[in-house]
Structure formats: structure tokens, C-alpha cells
Design a protein around this ligand. Structure first.
Ligand code: IPE
Ligand code: IPE
Ligand code: MG
Length: 259
């Protein structure tokens, strides 16, 4: 099916507010071509452009891309430094385009532990786009879902946690305000490329009720058409949040409600 036909199938009134993507398969893409792994990471930049542009065009409120996990430090040094280099290159090249599209760039994760030159580039991106009012674009860097929850608990403890405990503790809603994603809607749609059926420590708290869509497509081959396919599949899902399908919910007469 043509990309334009897929686009027409999308119901603009029922878009996911937040799309989160585990960009996976760069290494396999390179291996299939007899290239070094880093060539796969370089090729993956085009897919990043496609989803950022595609999501912003559709009017998605929040897009979060998993770019580097806390566990990715286990990879060879050359791969890690290349990933950081590519991130800087991407921002350098794309920042003005991101800004022109009214996109607000942000990072989530323990970015304070990244190299100073990477931090400088990230800070430039954040401050340049700070006042934009369009799509919020989070890049998860040096990110771990458990670490995020632990960081939240530590912030909470430093922010008068004891007093809060004395007044009956906090709610889920209050707790979410201590996460990196404070104030953002939870992801409705979680996409993972390259066929892997796992979460890999991504947004553990926030994906509680996300719809998961996995494609065999490797990240460097991911294009707007795949994003559209994911959204179309999402719009066919029935989200129950632990309740029942609407047709099974009894329509109670007023008097019945007392039961
Ligand atoms: C995803 O591709 C990119 C990062 C995790 C940074 P991989 O590098 O994990 O690719 P595979 O899984 O080895 O194919
Ligand atoms: C998840 O992919 C991390 C990112 C996409 C940045 P990985 O390739 O690192 O995850 P595992 O090793 O398959 O769980
Ligand atoms: Mg991988």
C-alpha cells in the first residue's frame, strides 16, 4: 500500500498522545551488509529524521526515542564513542530544522554522566527550542527505567519525603511528578523494531497501559510508512484499562447504582 493511502487511513481525532520507540536492529542491519556495527548506527539517523518529521506532521504531542541505555556502556568503547559522535552530528545538523518545525527538544536519563561535549550539544538543543509549542521530542540517553524510579525516590526523599510520609504518603499521580517525564502524558503506543519482544528497561512506570507494536523491520529501514502502520494498528486496538469492552458494561438505571 502506498504511503499516502496509509496516511489517509489514520484517524486524526484518535492519535496516540505519546509515542515511544525502542530503536533496535542497527547492528543486524550492518551485519547483513557485511559492514561494521557503527555503519548501522549511522544509517539509523535517517529513520530518526523520518519519525520526528512524520510524528510532528501528524500532530503527535510527545515522541520519545530510546537512543542509549545505561546498559549500552557494556558495548565496545569504539561503538559507544561513535554513538555519542553521531548524536552530536545529528543535533548539529538537525537542530535548526527541529526548531523551524516548532518542536521542543528534551532529554531524559542520567545525561549529567555524559561527556562534556555531548552535554554542551544537548543543552544547546534544549535551550534553542525551549519556547517552542509543537511536539515535545524526548531523547532517552544514558536512560534506565529502574534508575528513573530510583532517581525519583531519591528526589522525593530530598524534598521532604519524611514529612510526606507523616501526612499519609503520596499518590501515583504525585509520584509521577518526580519522574523525568513529569507533566507529560504516558505513552499510548510503544514501538520496537527488529522483532525483539522485550522492554529492555524502557519507561517502566509510564508504559503501564501502553499498546505495544513490534515490527521485524530493522531500525535503519524504518520509514514514515512504518510509523503510519503502527498508528493504524493502534487505532484498531481496544483499550480496556482493566475494565470491560464498552458493550459489556451494563447501562445501569439510576436506581440500580445504589447496589
Ligand atoms: C539499536 O541497535 C541502537 C542502540 C541500542 C544504541 P543495536 O545496536 O542494538 O542493534 P542490534 O540489536 O545489535 O541489531
Ligand atoms: C535497547 O536496545 C536500548 C536502545 C534502543 C537504546 P538494546 O539492543 O540495547 O537492548 P537489548 O540488549 O536487546 O535488551
Ligand atoms: Mg539491540
Amino acid at each position: 500500500m502506498k504511503v499516502s493511502e496509509l496516511l489517509q487511513q489514520i484517524d486524526r481525532g484518535a492519535l496516540p498522545a505519546h509515542i515511544a520507540i525502542i530503536m533496535d536492529g542497527n547492528g543486524r542491519w550492518a551485519r547483513k551488509r557485511g559492514l561494521p556495527r557503527v555503519a548501522g548506527h549511522r544509517a539509523g539517523i535517517n529513520a530518526v529524521r523520518q519519525v520526528v518529521e512524520g510524528s510532528a506532521e501528524l500532530g503527535i504531542s510527545v515522541l520519545t526515542l530510546y537512543a542509549f541505555s545505561l546498559d549500552n556502556w557494556k558495548r565496545p568503547h569504539i561503538e559507544v564513542t561513535t554513538l555519542m559522535q553521531l548524536l552530536k552530528e545529528y543535533l548539529n545538523k538537525e537542530l535548526e530544522n527541529i526548531h523551524k518545525n516548532n518542536i521542543r527538544f528534551r532529554t531524559i536519563g542520567r545525561t549529567e554522566a555524559l561527556d562534556a561535549s555531548v552535554r554542551a550539544e544537548l543543552e544547546k538543543g534544549v535551550s534553542r527550542t525551549r519556547n517552542n509549542t509543537g511536539m515535545l521530542f524526548n531523547v532517552a540517553l544514558n536512560y534506565g527505567g529502574r534508575a528513573e524510579i530510583v532517581d525519583a525516590v531519591n528526589r522525593l526523599l530530598n524534598n521532604g519525603g519524611k514529612e510526606l510520609a507523616a501526612t499519609g504518603g503520596i499518590s501515583e499521580k504525585d509520584f509521577a511528578q518526580y519522574l523525568y517525564t513529569a507533566g507529560q502524558p504516558d505513552p499510548d503506543l510503544l514501538i520496537r523494531t527488529s522483532g525483539e519482544l522485550r522492554i529492555s528497561n524502557f519507561l517502566l512506570w509510564q508504559i503501564a497501559y501502553a499498546e505495544i507494536w513490534v515490527t521485524e523491520t530493522l531500525w535503519p529501514d524504518f520509514e514514515k510508512q512504518h510509523l503510519y502502520q503502527a498508528i493504524i494498528a493502534f487505532q484498531k486496538r481496544e483499550r480496556r484499562y482493566g475494565g470491560l469492552e464498552p458493550q459489556l458494561v451494563p447501562t445501569l438505571a439510576l436506581g440500580d447504582r445504589k447496589m
